[in-house]
Ligand binder design. Structure first.
Ligand code: GLP
Length: 269
């Protein structure tokens, strides 16, 4: 795992969008794993901008989202399908047939989960998985005590998650209590993953996820097992980390981040 600290939310989202764009240009057939949430909106905004201004091409790209609420049809404004259409899909040249989210209103939810796993395999697995982190430490909707080898399944949401996302639904009572989510094991099979976390309210859980012991209580700690995981944070979210000098050294010195440093310095001048 490597941690990249950026000065503020905009810079952090910008860096993630640049990594996605770079991977997509290198492999137009990229299988991209997508996440939802307020944090990711900033990344999608930038990808849309890159599509418009730099002709970033999504026409051959395939996407798989992490999760979807059980009981919400795609047309529901709170469904993640609606979120993705709104923030990314309808603004870029992606073929809607290449975009995948679990169907939260499938008659047989277990079967839907099985089919989702099979579809990921059929496309050769996920090349790059974007992730956020919930206050409960979840990735996707892998709530506390999710098995570290879990696959796509239905998961009941914890009170912390219900509270975190309730505003969007106009109150907790109106919110679905369950979701279909890729499992921790599914996520760990992606070839590369990037977790983006910004803001002071993520600082505590982020420190536990990155520097704490591996535990099913915080499913994001499982990313410590991933061979190629980058965590991108802003200063506010990094506030409770202890090894920050090391993390800063990596971004300032490792060749992999060279072009990103140069761009950053160019923006500052
Ligand atoms: C939801 C999603 C998660 C995401 C989280 C972060 O719970 N299921 O995949 O990580 O939101 O949300 P935000 O970016 O709004 O803090």
């Amino acid at each position: 795992m490597e941690v990249i600290i950026q000065p503020h939310q905009e810079a952090a989202a910008d860096l993630v969008a640049r990594v996605v764009a770079c991977e997509l240009r290198a492999n137009p057939h990229l299988v991209l794993g997508l996440a939802t949430g307020r944090t990711m909106e900033h990344v999608y905004q930038r990808l849309v901008q890159k599509h418009r201004e730099q002709k970033l091409d999504f026409s051959l790209c395939t996407t798989f989202n992490l999760d979807e609420y059980v009981g919400l049809p795609p047309a529901d404004p709170n469904s993640y399908r609606h979120y993705m259409d709104d923030h990314l899909f309808r603004h870029v040249n992606i073929d809607p047939r290449n975009t995948h989210l679990p169907n939260g209103v499938a008659e047989d939810l277990d079967r839907e989960c099985e089919l989702y796993e099979k579809a990921i395999l059929r496309f050769g697995g996920i090349d790059l998985q974007l992730l956020g982190i919930g206050k409960a430490g979840h990735i996707g909707f892998n709530e506390p005590l999710s098995a570290l080898r879990s696959r796509t399944r239905v998961k009941a949401l914890t009170p912390v998650t219900l509270a975190q996302n309730a505003a969007q639904f106009g109150g907790e009572k109106k919110m679905p209590r369950r979701a279909i989510t890729m499992g921790v094991g599914t996520i760990l099979e992606s070839r590369r993953c990037i977790l983006l976390a910004t803001g002071a309210d993520k600082a505590d859980i982020l420190a536990r996820a990155i520097e704490g012991p591996l535990t099913g209580m915080v499913s994001a700690t499982a990313l410590q097992l991933h061979p190629r995981c980058t965590v991108v944070v802003d200063e506010a979210a990094a506030a409770k980390l202890t090894e920050v000098d090391y993390y800063r050294w990596i971004f300032e010195n490792e060749p992999e981040w060279r072009e990103y440093r140069m761009l950053e310095h160019a923006l500052e001048t």
